[in-house]
Write a protein that binds this ligand. Structure first.
Ligand code: BES
Ligand code: ZN
Length: 456
């Protein structure tokens, strides 16, 4: 093990140079024009995995490719087998003018590296690859057999990955899935996540007149789709922050006294949160703390709102249409299909007769919840404590990793959520960054993890 630790210490500069190469691919899964960039990124990753001593392959899908890389193993190995899951696709970098350095030209400033995908998820996942490289290159026996599955569609719902899991069920059979794609409150509070929120996505378009109209000639007698959409969406939340859609809270379980107590132990205050994100005042569902609102309650969010003229100066029109991109976060025990039906039925009911409503249905995923009491979770807690030098906390995560429930359903495997992201990493925002301390400690954590998991 000392050899592994020394190797990690001695090779950080090279790791950073490689990490920068990885970050230079604009692997934006949501944007069709980047399809070949995803392919190139997957090719780079497969080559990199081979260079560090893994047996790696690319699996083509009807979407973006999946990279699979295995540690060399004895034919009848009886070591425990773990999967390490991650994603090489990234969120769109827009709005570009808010980036202080270009999103796909990584820039190191102090102990942070800035680039789209740095924390979510290239850097977090790369920390595991580097830890495994250290074992392989120092000929230190790895106490576990590992299979990396690194996909290119996480940020758009992981549509193709479940088919791949079903096809390769036997080969992927594992004791648990290790995932670093979440966060921790601070490097003094390493965290093991035991829950993720689920999600449903939809796009609402309200169609008005056949084309944009002169607002002087027609305004007053024709409904304005932008106004109609604003009024429609405005009805969906009351002044207490509750979503008014009948059935929206179906299935939601109350937080236990134990969980609320754990939540209360989280560091940070509302004032720090408010300052971090730069809002005038926080807003959320009454009766819950901001940490609870952010991870244990369902939400209805407008992700994008488009209508009419967006260029410089003014233009006097009644737009022909208005569109909203929506996602709802769901919590454990909610059924995405049932909630989607409730949302659609309500939207249809309140849509005014002056416009035509079109709804396009997007991705969906159930929430995840597994109490962190099993032996692998306990091993993960020990690895976190060794690497970060602080007692880890248990967290519910507010984000979603759509495939995690499929790991459970198809492979019967729980996931260990070992997040390396920090609250100020700007995931999905301009100026995304990853802390180099988290990168290094993440490598250590991974190195210790295989020792700990090899013993359970
Ligand atoms: N890394 C995130 C998930 C995450 C972030 C979990 C923070 C917990 C805390 C992941 O890459 C992500 O962004 N997932 C999407 C999934 C969606 C597009 C289906 C999400 O949560 O929005
Ligand atoms: Zn993400």
């Amino acid at each position: 093990m000392q050899g592994v630790l020394d190797y990690l210490k001695q090779n950080q500069n090279r790791f950073l140079a490689e990490f920068c190469e990885y970050l230079r691919f604009p692997s934006v899964s949501a944007q069709p024009q980047h399809k070949t960039d995803l392919q190139a990124c997957a090719d780079w990753l497969v080559n990199h995995c081979r260079q560090i001593g893994l047996e790696a392959n690319i699996y083509l899908t009807k979407g973006h490719p999946i990279v699979v890389a295995k540690t060399p193993r004895a034919k009848n190995s009886r070591q425990p087998h773990y999967m390490v899951y991650g994603h090489y696709d990234v969120q769109p970098p827009e709005p570009l003018d808010l980036w202080k350095s270009p999103p796909f030209e990584p820039k190191i400033i102090g102990r942070n590296i800035f680039a789209r995908g740095s924390t979510d998820n290239k850097g977090q996942n790369f920390a595991h690859l580097k830890a495994v490289e250290a074992y392989l290159k120092t000929n230190t026996p790895l106490p576990c057999d590992l299979t990396f599955v690194i996909e290119g569609e996480e940020e758009v719902g992981s549509e193709c990955l479940s088919g791949f899991l079903k096809k390769n069920r036997k080969e992927l059979d594992c004791a648990a899935v290790v995932i670093s794609d979440t966060g921790m409150p601070s490097p003094k509070h390493p965290a093991l996540g035991y829950s993720l929120r689920g999600i449903i996505a939809l796009e609402i378009t309200l169609h008005g007149p056949d084309c944009d109209l002169h607002s002087g000639g027609f305004g007053g007698a024709v409904d304005n789709p932008a106004m109609a959409l604003s009024q429609l969406l405005g009805q969906l939340r009351d002044k207490n922050g509750r979503i008014t859609i009948p059935g929206f809270y179906n299935g939601v379980l109350p937080l236990s006294a134990y969980e609320r107590k754990e939540y209360a132990r989280l560091p940070g205050s509302d004032a720090t949160l408010q300052k971090l994100i730069g809002v005038k005042k926080l807003f959320g569902e009454r009766g819950f703390t901001s940490s609870e609102q952010r991870s244990a309650r369902p939400t209805f969010e407008i992700n994008g709102l488009t209508s009419g003229y967006q260029g410089e100066g003014s233009k006097t029109i009644i737009p022909s249409w208005a569109r909203a991109k929506i996602t709802c976060r769901l919590v454990p025990n909610q059924d995405p299909e049932q909630i989607r039906k409730a949302v659609l039925a309500h939207l249809k009911k309140i849509c005014p007769p002056t416009v035509r409503m079109d709804i396009e249905i997007g991705h969906g995923a159930e929430a995840y919840f597994v109490p962190p009491t099993g032996a692998p979770a306990q091993a993960a807690l020990r690895a976190l404590e060794k690497a970060f030098g602080h007692k880890p906390i248990l967290t519910r995560e507010g984000g979603s990793i759509p495939i995690v429930n499929q790991f459970k359903k198809i492979l019967g495997a729980d996931s260990l959520l070992l997040g390396l992201g920090l609250p100020d990493d700007n995931a999905h925002s301009p100026n995304e960054k990853f802390s180099l301390d988290c990168f290094e400690k993440g490598q250590l954590m991974s190195a210790y993890l295989w020792q700990e998991l090899g013993r359970v």
